[in-house]
Design a protein around this ligand. Structure first.
Ligand SMILES: [Zn+2]
Length: 145
């Protein structure tokens, strides 16, 4: 079956809104909205290299945050060389979320996001290589991701 590429997405970046990476108050580098993003809309897709779960487990030892995402029982997405959405930080009160569809990792706004606001997702809602300490600072923080 051939899937039609979505016309609204740029083939190279696969991001539909103006976003940028920058220093984050949560941790390291984060992703920020450069323009308002309406709630419940698709922000874009995290791009990367589709690899086997076995390869992903080996690479996981290098230990980066959103670099390896399980997208099916057989495969994972290595976002190391992917677009800026690989820098999405975790927050226990995130304003966006990940949805795994057909071995793709899509990012959706949970609510309206203001220009300049950091875009965050809840890693706990999707498969990831976890065991990290959370620094989101939210009163409802679960402490570990
Ligand atoms: Zn937290």
């Amino acid at each position: 079956m051939i899937r039609k590429p979505s016309r609204s997405l740029s083939r190279t970046t696969k991001i539909r809104f103006a976003v940028r990476s920058g220093p984050s108050g949560i941790e390291g580098t984060g992703v920020f909205a450069d323009a308002p993003i309406p709630g419940r809309t698709k922000i874009g897709e995290v791009t990367g290299e589709l690899i086997s779960i076995r390869t992903a487990r080996k690479r996981a030892r290098e230990g980066c945050r959103l670099c390896l995402i399980d997208v099916s029982d057989a495969r994972a997405l290595d976002c190391t060389g992917g677009n800026v959405l690989r820098h999405l930080n975790h927050s226990c009160r995130s304003n966006a979320f990940l949805r795994i569809m057909h071995e793709r990792v899509e990012v959706y706004a949970r609510r309206a996001i203001r220009s300049g606001e950091e875009i965050t997702v809840d890693y706990g809602e999707s498969p990831h290589s976890g065991g990290m300490k959370c620094r989101c600072g939210d009163p409802a923080c679960r402490d570990r991701i």
